[in-house]
Design a protein. Sequence first.
Lengths: 304, 326, 392
Amino acid sequence: MDYIFIQILNGVQLGLLMFLLAAGLTLTFGIMDLVNLAHGSLYMMGAYLAWTFIGWTDSFVLGALLSLPATFLLGVAVEAVVMRRLYARDHLDQVLATFGLILFFNELVRAVWGPAGKSIAVPAFLGQTVEILPGIPYPAYRFAIIVAGGVVALLLAWLVARTRMGMVIRAGASNRRMIGALGVDIELLFSLVFGLGAVFAGLAGVMAAPIASVKIGMGDDILILAFVIIVIGGIGSIKGAFVAAMMVGQIDIFGRTFLPDLLKTFLSPAAASGAAPALSQMLIYIVMAGVLVWRPTGLFGQRQ
Amino acid sequence: MIAPVIAALRTPRGLVALAVLVLFAVLPLLTQAFDQRYLLSIGTRIVIWSIAAVSLNMILGYGGMVSFGHAAFFGIGGYAVGILSASGVSDGWVQWPVAILAAAAWAALIGALSLRTRGVYFIMITLAFAQLVYYVGASLEAYGGDDGLNIGRSRFSGLIDLRDKASFYWLCLVLLLATLWFCSRLAVSRFGFVLRGAKANDQRMSALGFPVFWYRLTAFVIAGAFGGLAGVLLANEGAYVSPAMMSWVKSGDLIVIVVLGGMGTLLGPVYGAIAFFTLEESLKPLMDLVHKGWGEYWQIVFGPMLVLVALYAKGGISSLLGRRHD
Amino acid sequence: MKGKLFGTATIAALAFGLQPVAAQQTIKIGFVSTFSGPQAAIGEDMRRSVDLAVEHLGGKIAGKKIEIVYEDDQFKPDVGKARSEKLVQQDKVNFISGYIWSNVLLASLKTVTDEGDTILISANAGPSQIAGELCNKNFFSTSWQNDQTPMAMGEYLNTKGVKSLYLVGPNYAAGKDMLAGVKRTYKGTVAGEDYTKWPDQLDFSAELTKIAAAKPGGIFIFYPGAHGVQFVKQWVQAGLNKTVPLYQVFSIDAITLPQQGELALGTLGAQEWVNDLPNDQNKKYVADFKKKYKVYPSYYGAQSYDSIMLIASAAEALKGDLSNKDKVRAEMKKANFKSVRGDFKFGNNNFPIENFYIQETVKDADGMVTVKTIATAVKAAVDPYAAKCSMK
């Protein structure tokens, strides 16, 4: 029982991390109708900037906090230089431009920080395990991810449901033309929303850094997963992104935990150990295809 | 028939098209005369990728269906050849039709499911299916798994020896021309008009009584078959297949090539492939000429170039060549 | 029209860096490795060692200038194949070395060795096919065959008396080879076996939780490069370093240690070369490398250094005349050079017959985290595929 409980917790932790990354993506997608492949680059930049700031301040918390306004500024700058010109354009022009940005950022990082990865240590006070329930130890840092991810999710829910900006965001996601009619300064709003999305991506990068490693192209691998999540959830829907991220987290952990044993019940051990990893890798794509065949605009997407 | 061709040649667009075709045609002679075999290898890759890009353009450019999984057809075509070759069937007359049919069948299956969705959801569901094929390829341990598989080239006994670089190049070029011819006929056919009409407004086309879904599915299957053909050629070019040939990065490259060249135009994808591979090959040495050691960072220039094309050359390279006449 | 075409051709020729073929006054060596993306640090370490080898040779072999042409495979087999093709057909190199990844090597093999009749020296990758049925007279290895290093680890675990072992590795060909390798020799019970996504797995929490529940006598991992960093970090964070020791191949080395740091202290690994092997060539290599780059070299670097020295020995013996390929191959096969791992000789399949050592992660006198030899796991090991190779 303990074992299953911990695995579920692992899934929650992974899901929350993915949610942070997906939230920013679904915001920009829903409001500006922008396909931003470079979202993963902002995740990477967040981690590298945090590494630099942690080096300066000698403190994980300070460095991480400093990296957030920095990624916000970076996001606003990218928006002003490139993205702003892309809103009215075809999705494919956006794909081309943001693909170009990925190449640029990857090489920029190599030129500035060098080819070797960087390591961000877990802050000392989170370096141990904590007993979340009597007799069940859990890595403190991962527990901190759950707490931080949960807080951010609540904050975002409040922002979207209760503030004026959130109202505009919701209006924009369901009907883009309506934002103009609401008398909102669209340029400013778009800048802010893009910056906010960048902050979430950067935060995800910073939080993932101590368990992963800070490396070139770290955002490219995970970007596809983030897209899968926002598509399952329905583009533009924060709630959808949350539900989908939690689903993907659990499915991924479930596949890795139980699939090999499950397959062994009806396949030979050799065949099972070959098929299980392949199948667990395919699992989320199968789920996505299934969801889209069943509901062509995702779980919480607007009907077309 | 002749008069419009001559008229077309008077435009810059026509001249460039002619120049490109002439260059393609004389490339083997040039590379032989100057002893630059490597240029022929680049040329072969450009021609093969052009076939794939033209096939993607049939659905993406004319039909508005953005498939982010086109490299899966590379893989299916390639692996069909690879698996047959590994099981001792090296006759191209068997391998090639099987490969193309396999790609078309897969296209029919995923097309039927994917075409229920629109826009970005279509992009992502095609990606999902391509990833499935990728992971299946990577788990085929009997055929090398992730390491890939070294294969023998297809045999067309007495007709052509694919091991000869120049013959292979000619074959690819002829197949590219055939693909282009087919695509140009398709674009101006009734079928093509419905497809393009549905891209602009599918409700109107449905209201006019056209079964839009079936038109789209047919186009998707045709594009898949040509994609499979490109995969067959790619496998023969390298005498090697691996899951990497169908990774999502390759699907992305194909989209970039089509958009870079100019989607919805006949020769745009070809220009895109030429530009993509020429830049990939030449930016590094050029930057090394400017300052030794800079060449390694060629993507720091290549990336912003793509951004600039997206921002300022709407319609890609093809649009830079002046007014369209197709 | 003519003028235009001619102009285009000239520009194209310039752009591709073409030059007329001059009489061979240099010895040209192509080096294919990964210089961009997340694994670029490995390529960098190899390049540094190659540069150092050239420096140690005085920039010349048999009086001819050495020219190294580096090419980036971007960690993709098709790119690696195209780069190799360029080296053979355009640069007309005399030798090609490098190749970190099995799939890049397999994709490039035919182009280089068969169609280009050029000698290829793998400085890292060692897939079983090339050791067995695909073995080739133009192929040499200065590294190992994939199965060998984990087999050595398995032998050591037997002597150490580790009763049960949990195996984890990435789900791709080399990962499966490595886990199969350790199972070939390890005689205890396998407590569990997990394959993880490659190359995009971020999180190992599910696997670590399974390991904690299985309570094995040890964990065996294979995670090259950045993934090794991730696994070691998460292993420590989960508190497993206190209960289950970590045994590894290719996961903790001079490239990953700056990031793993003290977290990796005390872990054991198997390797055919360690930076403290007591021979003069190795002492010189490691000392000069540290002086020049302020860090320890890794086995990737050592193998690359050896590949250049091997080439130099063959070319030197032929007084720089590389026109007769049979003679070159014969000289290569003699392996008459001073390897950083001491005595060096080739088996029938042109893979080395060599010792494997057990290394422990420790701190050196300056407080830098590194590895040192603690035991010899196997002596003069021949890889298990050599018999399948038809060469003598």
